[in-house]
Write a protein that binds this ligand. Structure first.
Ligand code: FA5
Length: 345
């Protein structure tokens, strides 16, 4: 029987050498591995053999079957590549690298604004960090002072994975990781980090709420950081992004991870403050919540709140892009509608 297996192997190899297209390759597979294929026949006959022969032949046949499958796969790929090369050779004028005339592609408006803000903050000594999207409940909530059963969790309902992890609801989910990564700053050298990212919430979608949107978070921690630093950076941010004066208002805001906390709203640039669906008729749009980092959050990040203070802000990047470009409805940004999006080239 072992001789038969060896003969099948030789025949298969000879057949493989003669194959010149994918139809022939498939015919070869059927001839040897199909329902009535040569090797399949040997496999079927194993049941009639004595235990010792069955073991020996079984091992050989299974090894050969694995080899054949590998060879068929590798040759399938080789034939596909050869076909592609032939097609390319037959149409020498076709060149992938020539840009298309009518749609050269463009950056998404959120990317444009994100890069602009990153440049502004990099010039002020900030490091850019990239936060992951699937987070633990601990990082997203507990580590930013939102314990289990805290009512603040209701504001950020999200999508849970079967393993208990979740799609992050805010960029603040990276605060703890970043504090632990960089540790307490040296005197006079505050830690300055900017971390943009995509966030997810189980929302009722309307003109200014999406279930998938972008935020950009910033954090500065040092031995001498105060609210004045916070206000300075927020002013620089807005004036550089809008390149003109915009009306803003600062009001107290509650977030369990800052104390004191503020809401910085922008006068709606779609309606000029008169009220429209984008600002829910209020004339103002919540854009930039911020505050002084809560001592509990610093402590959980391994930073001594008796020695260090810091501020954090969580900019609504998607909404900022809307205001910057006069986009009335947030749904346009995730629509994939190239007609709408390519004008921001
Ligand atoms: C937060 O997410 C806080 N983590 C922000 C923060 C960071 C506060 C650091 C203090 C210190 P809030 O839930 O308000 O806060 O969201 C922040 C911004 O994200 C909002 O002002 C808004 O501009 C934007 N945003 C929130 N939900 C949505 C949504 N569903 N669609 C679009 N933008 C949203």
């Amino acid at each position: 029987m072992l001789e038969i297996v060896s003969k099948i192997k030789d025949e298969f190899e000879a057949g493989l050498k003669a194959v010149s297209n994918s139809e022939e390759l498939e015919a070869l597979r059927i001839k040897f591995l199909g329902k009535k294929g040569a090797l399949t026949d040997v496999l079927k006959s194993l049941k009639d053999m004595d235990a010792e022969t069955k073991k020996q032949v079984g091992m050989e046949v299974n090894a050969l079957k694995g080899e054949m499958e590998e060879s068929l796969k590798a040759n399938g790929k080789r034939l596909e590549e050869a076909l592609y090369d032939m097609a390319m050779a037959a149409s020498p004028k076709f060149d992938f690298t020539i840009p298309s005339e009518d749609n050269g592609g463009s950056l998404h408006p959120i990317t444009i604004v994100q890069r602009r803000i990153e440049d502004i903050f990099k010039s002020m000594g900030f490091i850019i960090e990239d936060g992951i999207e699937i987070q633990t409940e601990y990082n997203n909530f507990e580590a930013v002072n939102i314990p289990k059963d805290h009512p603040a969790r209701d504001m950020q309902d999200t999508y849970y994975l079967s393993n208990g992890q979740l799609l992050k609801t805010h960029t603040s989910a990276a605060q703890n990781y970043i504090m632990r990564k960089y540790g307490a700053p040296e005197p006079g050298k505050p830690l300055r980090v900017l971390f943009p990212g995509r966030c997810f919430r189980n929302e009722n979608i309307d003109a200014c709420h999406e279930n998938t949107f972008f935020q950009m978070e910033g954090m500065m921690i040092g031995d001498d950081i105060s609210i004045s630093n916070l206000i300075y950076f927020m002013k620089v941010l807005l004036s550089e992004v809008f390149e003109r004066d915009v009306k803003v208002r600062l009001r107290p805001g509650f977030f369990p991870f800052v104390e004191p906390g503020f809401e910085l709203d922008i006068n709606c640039l779609i309606c000029g403050g008169e009220g429209c669906p984008t600002c829910k008729q209020s004339g103002w749009l919540e854009l930039l919540p911020c505050g002084m980092i809560h001592p509990n959050v610093l402590r959980m990040g391994g930073i001594d709140p008796d020695k260090y203070t810091g501020f954090a802000f969580g900019l609504g990047l998607t909404r900022l892009a809307m205001m910057k470009y006069g986009i009335k409805d947030i749904r346009v940004l995730n629509s994939g509608n190239l007609k709408a999006l390519k004008q921001f080239k």
